[in-house]
Design a protein around this ligand. Structure first.
Ligand code: SAM
Length: 265
């Protein structure tokens, strides 16, 4: 299978893309002019967005390390984005080298980069898939090859659910993934919120994303917590991202969202 994107570069580059905007916030180099311009507009409204993106990545690293330390050896990372420093397979393999990771993203450019940058081994794969169609993700041959659904799986939905509007029923999609996994499986969740953000700034930020590849649906604490139905929350529960089990790793303390880990009952 080719690792190259199949849309023309012009199509792929013309519209700000949320995966590459996020890459720009993180200081990455896999982004185009339209992505940088949109990201700079967001940074004018929320200057700490880059720090918040680092905070989210640090949460992801802590959460997957926790899952690996609890004995989980399979990771399904939906909305994985571009492989960046401290990727999931690097973190979990430091705990358990046999861990298997499937990266899933709806953006074909992100998947193409992932295939190019990931190790060419038999324990990682990057596939194209849409969280709004969880059945297709679960039926993907690469998922079937690397993820044994009879064993616990950590499903990672980190900074992705806010790209799925209520009209697409993200709660049903999360429940579908939950129901496909056995007790002891985990959900690692982070979600953007605009709780406490002045309405004018919130509207300006959302307007930038409205013209991107995936408009934003920030959610409240209660709306975010609903995604964890059927899971028992690991202490300290669903909290500001920087407050979830800080481990002394140098990390930024700016949270634009909530994060938590649940264990399937
Ligand atoms: C902000 S990035 C988060 C990347 C990574 N999970 C992290 O937290 O560092 C969001 C990613 O979700 C992807 N995405 C958006 N909507 C999606 C959907 N419906 N299904 C799968 N991926 C999606 C985007 O392409 C992007 O790569």
């Amino acid at each position: 299978m080719s690792n190259e994107p199949t849309t023309s570069p012009t199509d792929a580059q013309a519209r700000p893309n949320v995966a590459r905007m996020y890459d720009y916030y993180l200081g990455g180099c896999h982004n185009f002019a339209a992505d940088r311009e949109a990201a700079e507009r967001v940074l004018q409204i929320f200057p700490d967005t880059g720090v918040a993106a680092q905070t989210n990545r640090a949460f992801l690293r802590r959460a997957v390390r926790y899952a690996a330390e609890q004995g989980v050896r399979q990771f399904l990372d939906v909305g994985a984005g571009l492989p960046t420093q401290g990727t999931v397979h690097e973190v979990v393999r430091a705990v358990a080298p046999e861990s298997r990771v499937v990266y899933v993203d709806s953006d074909e450019v992100a998947v193409a980069y992932a295939r190019r940058l990931l190790p060419g081994d038999d324990r990682t794969a990057a596939i194209r898939g849409d969280l709004r169609r969880p059945g297709e993700i679960l039926a993907d041959p690469e998922v079937g090859r690397l993820i044994d659904l009879r064993e616990p799986v950590a499903v990672l939905l980190v900074a992705v659910l806010h790209f799925v509007p209520d009209a697409d029923d993200p709660y049903a999609a999360v429940a579908r993934l939950r129901d496909a996994t056995v007790p002891g499986s985990m959900l690692v969740l982070s979600h953007l919120t605009l709780d406490g953000v002045p309405p004018v700034a919130a509207a300006q930020g959302q307007a930038v994303y409205q013209r991107s590849s995936a408009p934003l649906t920030p959610r409240t604490y209660a709306e975010t917590e609903r995604f964890l139905a059927g899971y028992e929350l690991v202490p300290p529960g669903l909290v500001q991202l920087a407050q979830w089990r800080p481990d002394g790793e140098p990390q930024a303390g700016v949270s634009h969202g909530y994060g938590g880990v649940g264990v399937r009952r």
